[in-house]
Design a binder for this molecule. Structure first.
Ligand SMILES: Nc1ncnc2c1ncn2[C@@H]1O[C@H](COP(=O)(O)OP(=O)(O)OP(=O)(O)O)[C@@H](O)[C@H]1O
Ligand SMILES: [Mg+2]
Length: 260
């Protein structure tokens, strides 16, 4: 009996792990266009530096030492930039979880935004930062919590796009607002958007696995349920406030670890 139960639990954990990985991979796929754009920039800089050098060499012209130095520095700093982007993606897609660490939530929000900033920008969505300074650290798994933020940002993006595609809706200035604060016992992270908002009768369902209002192929309905699980695992809480037509606000709270 006990054996059966244990293997059931193991199976469930394995399934959860697979779902988590599948959702991460889907997110990575979504980010691919933005990342391709991010990588193109350093590559373009390196291309222009190397073609400058080749031109000079082909014409057997002397290259001033100062110019050589500038080109070498440009190439090196742009290799760094491309490497950073690639490492970030690699870490995000990693299978194993690194375990709990003391982390600064503001840094994690910035990291999550880094992966998506390009695609928000092209859609004209402004990201407004309202980060509290000197925020206490919390104990959490940074990789998984970053995934939560990416999920919330993607949902906000979709809700704003959805609103903009609805006929008769006035286009305003579309925003995602990221706020952090602390009251001594806990820290609070808020992700709000100016998107469609969530109808009252759906507010309770959105954290359920496979609940989605998106078309087949666009949404799996796993983002929020996985995010909910991650936050609970880290000892936190997440809830939502929204009215149809007034955007949505996701509120996450974490207890402050004693020795931080
Ligand atoms: N910021 C938001 N504004 C409006 N509705 C939202 C917002 N975030 C979530 N929702 C609603 O909650 C549903 C569930 O979200 P969830 O992230 O779990 O799944 P999904 O985004 O539909 O699919 P997936 O995240 O798996 O790609 C969404 O389909 C949408 O109806
Ligand atoms: Mg989602």
């Amino acid at each position: 009996m006990l054996l059966v139960t244990t293997s059931d639990i193991t199976k469930r954990l394995e399934t959860e792990q697979q779902l988590l990985q599948a959702s991460k991979m889907a997110t990575l796929g979504e980010m691919a266009t933005g990342v391709a754009h991010e990588l193109n920039q350093p590559l373009a800089v390196m291309e222009s530096a190397s073609s400058f050098l080749m031109r000079k060499l082909n014409k057997k012209e002397d290259i001033e030492e100062e110019h050589l130095l500038i080109m070498a520095q440009k190439i090196s700093s742009n290799v760094d930039r491309a490497t950073r982007i690639i490492n970030h993606l690699r870490e995000f897609g990693r299978k194993e979880d690194a375990g709990l660490e003391k982390i600064q939530v503001n840094d994690l929000l910035r990291r999550a935004n880094e992966l998506l900033s390009q695609q928000l920008k092209v859609r004209g969505i402004e990201v407004v930062w309202q980060l509290a300074e000197g925020l206490p650290l919390i104990m959490t798994d940074p990789g998984r919590l970053e995934q939560v933020f990416v999920n919330l940002l993607l949902n906000a993006r979709d809700a704003i796009e959805d609103k903009l595609s609805t006929k008769g809706i006035k286009k305003g200035s579309e925003k995602i607002i990221l706020t952090t604060s602390s009251d001594g016992d806990k820290i609070t992270i808020e992700v709000s958007d100016t998107g469609t908002g969530i109808p009252k009768d759906q507010l309770e369902k959105i954290f359920e696995p496979f609940f989605t209002t998106k078309s087949v192929g666009k949404g799996t309905g796993l983002g929020l349920s996985i995010s909910y699980g991650i936050i609970k695992d880290c000892g936190g809480n997440i809830h939502v406030r929204s009215k149809k037509g007034e955007g949505a606000r996701f509120i996450i709270e974490f207890p402050i670890s004693n020795d931080s």
